[in-house]
Write a protein that binds this ligand. Structure first.
Ligand SMILES: [Zn+2]
Length: 417
């Protein structure tokens, strides 16, 4: 039996029905007005719950504070962060369905969409025998990423305010836009947030505790060809598409996403467009290891140089932009923050699952802005699509772990004294 928390599922149900999809094409902050609508409603709810100092920052983040219930000023101020936007998949008209006491083996029809959640396709379902699962109706994503995190944080706040006997230090809450388009945390106001360390609650299944991410860059290769009539092209035509193919083929074939796993990094060709006259290739570059990451970027540059030297003139232009860095390079010096979460999980009977993320989190950026911020599980499975689902009991366990983190940090100081 897990502990239940009043309002947790009601909140989640309400939040997922509000469309908050972000938009990469937009240059506004938040990128979509519907995220602002959600943040406005959330700000009102946080006030009702009893949080204080509720304010929205210029970068769109909604901040709120919860005062300590211990007088000891040395108890750390802990930040908890979730994002309100949903991924690039239909988020309009989310109609969640509740599957009570799932048996761990049945196929779950997703509304009358014809889509099903089948344990043969999604073996993770087998872990959830006896759980209450929340799924989509097959038409949309669910948005447990990261409405589960949002619901867990608001419920945590409400629970702590209802239970002033629980001893904890100051808690700082943050709800941000545009995580899914990779820029929400670019200007996170660390000083104003005023936490000693933080956690994003944006991870997947039970026990996930992430403190290492990729280093990430985006690269654009632009090629200017020389197009002439193909009948008289000999010695004159430079086909931009062919140069692009040559560029791509010069990259190591064993460093592509489809053939790499664990800590192996990659070059991922995400788009290739063009004509004989002009072409462009768009890549993302990923590696956990900073040295290997820098080598990957340098390798692209040297391939471009080599091809340019072989051509009649410089025809390849390479633009590389770093996106985020492996927060593990900073968090290795703040392992007490990771250890605290680990202890809270173990105390709650949860086995921590600590693996380097093959991606990034808001914490990747926030950590490099100076606030150590590992990522904790929020509960979601199969994120970013119609097969997304979450267990009510795992969401409850997430709240229990957060309470454990706060109370453990407070009681450590009591022992230290
Ligand atoms: Zn997320």
């Amino acid at each position: 039996m897990t502990k239940t928390y009043d309002g947790l599922i009601d909140r989640f149900w309400r939040y997922v029905q509000m469309d908050t999809q972000s938009d990469e094409q937009s240059s506004s902050t938040p990128s979509t007005a519907k995220q602002q609508d959600f943040l406005d409603a959330l700000a009102a709810e946080l006030a009702t719950v009893g949080l204080t100092n509720i304010r929205q920052m210029p970068d769109g983040y909604l901040f709120a504070d919860l005062a300590a219930t211990v007088a000891d000023k040395t108890v750390p101020k802990i930040g908890l962060i979730a994002h309100v936007d949903t991924a690039d998949f239909n988020g309009h008209g989310v109609a969640p369905q509740l599957v009570k006491n799932y048996d761990g083996q049945s196929t779950i029809p997703l509304g009358d969409s014809g889509y099903v959640l089948d344990p043969a396709t999604f073996p993770s379902l087998k872990k959830y025998a006896g759980h209450d699962l929340i799924t989509t109706d097959g038409q949309t994503l669910l948005g447990a990423d990261d409405k589960a995190g949002v619901a867990e944080l608001v419920t945590l706040a409400a629970y702590l305010i209802d239970h002033p006997e629980i001893k904890h230090g100051p808690v700082r809450f943050a709800f941000g836009p545009d995580e899914e388009i990779g820029r929400g945390a670019d200007h996170f106001q660390v000083a104003d947030f005023d936490a000693d360390f933080a956690y994003t609650v944006d991870g997947g299944p039970l026990g996930e505790l992430e403190w290492e991410t990729f280093n990430a860059a985006a690269a654009t290769v632009t090629i200017q060809g020389q197009n002439v009539h193909p009948g008289t092209a000999k010695g004159t035509m430079v086909n931009a598409l062919q140069v692009g193919i040559d560029f791509h083929n010069a990259l190591p074939a064993d460093q592509r996403p489809e053939v790499t796993t664990d800590r192996a990094g990659f070059f991922h060709l995400i788009a290739m467009t063009g004509t004989a006259d002009q072409a462009s290739l768009h890549y993302i570059i990923r590696d956990h290891d900073r040295t290997l990451f820098e080598e990957k970027k340098a390798r692209m540059a040297s391939i471009a140089d080599q091809l340019n030297a072989d051509l009649d003139q410089d025809r390849i232009e390479l633009a590389v932009q770093d996106q985020y860095y492996n927060m593990g390079d900073r968090l290795k010096d703040h392992q007490e923050v990771v250890a605290l979460a680990k202890r809270a999980m173990v105390a709650a009977g949860i086995e921590p699952v600590i693996e380097p993320v093959r991606g990034g989190t808001d914490g990747s950026k926030i950590t490099f802005l100076g606030l150590p911020t590992p990522n904790l599980f929020a509960g979601g499975e199969n994120m970013h699509g119609r097969f997304e689902y979450v267990s009510k009991q795992v969401m409850e366990q997430a709240v229990t772990v957060l309470i454990g983190i706060l109370t453990t940090a407070a009681s450590d100081r009591a022992v230290d004294q």
